[in-house]
Ligand binder design. Structure first.
Ligand code: G3H
Length: 536
C-alpha cells in the first residue's frame, strides 16, 4: 500500500555530488558559484524511526544573480557574433563531429545521471535509464537527420529564370528551459537541435532536476567552442527576467506552463524578433467506446495515466467511458490501479514513487475533495486511493467526475485518475471544443464506423489521435505538438532542425555569366554556404 522510507541512504544507490556541487558553465569554463546556493532536497526521505521523515539533501545548485545570468548571455552573444562566430559559420560536418564527441562523453556519465534522476525527481530506476538512453538515441538520430538535411540542401533549385541554393541557417541565440518531469530528455531535445543548426545557447536548468545536469557540464565544455553552450541555474525571475529584457534572445525553447511561456514572451522588448518553441499543458482524454476491448483499455489507461505518477504532459488526464460499460470498466480500473507497486525508485518492479514538487500531495487532495464535494467518489479508497505519506500520494480513482469539477478541466499532473461517463459522441466533441488544451486523445473501440466519425470530429482539436493505445510523445520521429495552450511549434527529430533554423537562399539570374560565377565558387570551395559538398 503506502511505502516506507529507508532509515538511511542505501550506500549501493547513493550518489556523491561533491565534484559538481554548485557549478555552472559560462564562456567555456566550469565555475563553482561562491554566492548563494540552494540545497537540493530529494522527494525520497529518511525515516527517523520515531514517526518523522526528512528529505535527503543531495547537494547544491548555484543561485546565480542577474549579473551572472547576463554574463552567460554575453558569452552566447559573443560566440554568435552577429552570425559571424566560429560556430554559426562552421561547416556542418565539423559541427557534427563536435556533437559526436559530446554524445560519446555523455555516455560515460550515465550512472550518476540515472541515480540523480532517481533521487532528484523520484523517477523509478527503469524509467530513469530509459530517459537517459532515449536521450542518447535522440542525439544520434538528430545527427543523422542533420546529415540528411545537409544532403538535401546541397542541390541547386532551378525555377523560372533563377537558380538558387536554399539552406537552413541558424537563428542566433536560443534560451532553452526544460521541465522537471523529463529534465534530461526534454532539455536535450531542444538543446541538441539548436546547437547542430549553428545556434548558440543559454540553458536554464529546471528548478527540480538541475543537479543531474552538472555531471554533463565537462562533456559540453570539452565538445563545443567557448560560449556556444552556457548552463545557468537560479530563481527564474532573477536570472531569466534580465536575459529576456535584453532583447538578445532570438529563440525561446520552453517546456512548462502556458502562464510562464506568456510571461517570458512578454518580457522580450521586441517580440517580433522572438521565435518560441514550447511544450505546455494538456488535458488528454481517453474515450472508452462500447465496442472497446476492456482489458486493453484498462491496461493502456493505467499506464497512460500513471506512468511516472502521471507527471507527463502526455498523460491521460480524464477518462470518458460510455455509460453502458462504465461500471465494468471502473471495477477493472480500480483493480489494476490498486495492484500497482509503490516504493523507492531503486526497488525493482516499482511504479509509484515519491513526488518531487513541494506541496503536490496536498494540491492533489484539494482537487479530489472538490470533485467529491460535487458528487464524485474515490472509488479505490479501500485500496488506499488518495492516502498521503510525506511526499507519497497513493493514486486516487475518482468517479463519476462531473463537468463542473476542477478535475474535469484542470491538468492534475499527478497520480489522480478522473473518470466520467458519456452517452453521445457529441459529449466528447463538446469537451474538446471547450478545453483550453489540444495536445492528444486516445480512442478505445473496435467499431470502424464509430471510430471514423470520432476521428473526423476531433482531428482539428488535437494534434495526435491514438487508436487503442495510450497518448505519448514517441517515437521521436513523429511530430510532437499541440493546439491552443498546449504548444507552439513542432518537435520531432527532423521538425526540431527546422524549428531552430530559418531558410536562407543564395539566388542568381540564370545567365551564362552567373552560372559560371556560381560554378567557380563551388568548384574552388570558396564558400561554406554556397557549396555542393554533402555529408554521408
Ligand atoms: O511530459 C511530456 C513528455 O514529452 C512526454 O513524453 O509521452 O514519452 O512520456 P512521453
Amino acid at each position: 500500500m503506502l511505502p516506507t522510507f529507508p532509515h538511511a541512504v542505501p550506500p549501493e544507490h547513493a550518489v556523491d555530488t561533491a565534484a559538481w556541487d554548485a557549478t555552472w558553465l559560462v564562456g567555456g569554463a566550469i565555475e563553482r558559484w561562491s554566492g548563494p546556493r540552494e540545497a537540493v532536497r530529494s522527494p525520497v526521505c529518511v525515516d527517523d524511526g520515531a514517526g518523522g521523515i526528512t528529505p535527503v539533501v543531495l547537494g547544491h545548485t548555484p543561485q546565480l544573480d542577474g549579473v551572472a545570468a547576463l554574463e552567460a548571455l554575453d558569452a552566447a552573444r559573443t560566440a554568435w557574433s552577429d552570425g559571424r562566430g566560429a560556430w554559426p559559420t562552421m561547416r556542418a560536418g565539423e559541427r557534427i563531429e563536435r556533437l559526436e564527441q559530446f554524445v560519446t562523453e555523455l555516455g560515460k556519465v550515465r550512472e550518476p545521471v540515472v541515480r540523480l534522476l532517481m533521487w532528484e525527481i523520484g523517477k523509478a530506476r527503469k524509467d530513469a535509464e530509459s530517459e537517459f538512453d532515449r536521450t542518447v538515441v535522440y542525439v544520434r538520430d538528430t545527427i543523422e537527420a542533420a546529415k540528411e538535411l545537409d544532403r538535401a540542401s546541397s542541390r541547386f533549385a532551378l525555377d523560372g529564370g533563377f537558380l538558387g541554393q536554399i539552406r537552413r541557417a541558424p537563428l542566433g541565440t536560443v534560451l532553452c528551459m526544460g521541465p522537471f518531469n523529463y529534465p534530461l530528455n526534454e532539455t536535450y531535445t531542444t538543446l541538441i537541435p539548436a546547437l547542430i543548426m549553428g545556434n548558440t545557447v543559454v540553458s536554464k536548468l529546471p528548478k527540480l532536476g538541475a543537479l543531474l545536469h552538472l555531471p554533463i557540464l565537462e562533456a559540453l565544455r570539452a565538445a563545443f567552442p567557448p560560449g556556444v553552450v552556457n548552463v545557468i541555474q537560479g530563481d527564474g525571475a532573477t536570472v531569466i527576467g534580465p536575459i529576456m529584457a535584453r532583447g538578445d534572445v532570438d529563440c525561446l525553447a520552453f517546456i512548462g506552463s502556458s502562464r510562464v511561456a506568456n510571461l517570458l514572451e512578454r518580457q522580450h522588448p521586441r517580440p517580433n524578433r522572438l521565435r518560441t518553441i514550447s511544450g505546455l499543458e494538456a488535458k488528454n482524454p481517453a474515450v472508452i467506446l462500447p465496442s472497446a476491448d476492456l482489458d486493453l483499455a484498462v491496461a493502456e489507461c493505467v499506464s497512460g495515466a500513471l506512468s511516472f505518477n502521471g507527471q507527463r504532459c502526455t498523460a491521460i488526464k480524464l477518462i470518458f467511458v460510455h455509460e453502458s460499460i462504465a461500471e465494468a470498466f471502473v471495477a477493472r480500473l480500480v483493480a489494476a490501479v490498486d495492484a500497482l507497486r509503490a516504493g523507492m525508485p531503486w526497488e525493482p518492479g516499482v511504479t509509484l514513487t515519491p513526488l518531487p514538487e513541494p506541496g503536490k500531495p496536498a494540491h492533489l487532495a484539494q482537487l479530489v475533495d472538490d470533485a467529491v464535494a460535487r458528487g464524485a467518489h474515490v472509488v479505490n479508497a479501500s485500496g488506499g486511493g488518495g492516502r498521503i505519506h510525506g511526499t507519497f500520494y497513493r493514486p486516487a480513482v475518482v468517479y463519476p467526475v462531473p463537468p463542473d469539477a476542477r478535475l474535469f478541466q484542470e491538468e492534475q499532473f499527478g497520480p489522480v485518475v478522473p473518470v466520467t461517463t458519456f452517452r453521445e459522441l457529441d459529449d466528447i466533441d463538446r469537451f474538446m471544443r471547450a478545453s483550453p488544451y489540444g495536445q492528444q486523445l486516445a480512442l478505445f473501440g473496435t467499431d470502424p464506423t464509430e471510430l471514423g466519425r470520432l476521428i473526423d470530429a476531433t482531428c482539428n482539436a488535437v494534434c495526435r489521435i491514438n487508436l487503442n493505445t495510450q497518448c505519448r510523445r514517441g517515437p521521436d520521429t513523429f511530430p510532437f505538438t499541440g493546439r491552443k495552450d498546449s504548444a507552439e511549434g513542432t518537435l520531432s527529430v527532423s521538425d526540431a532542425l527546422r524549428a531552430f533554423s530559418i531558410r536562407a537562399v543564395v539566388a542568381a539570374a540564370r545567365t551564362d555569366a552567373s552560372e559560371a560565377l556560381v560554378g567557380e565558387i563551388v568548384t574552388r570551395r570558396l564558400s561554406s554556404f554556397l557549396s555542393t559538398d554533402f555529408l554521408f
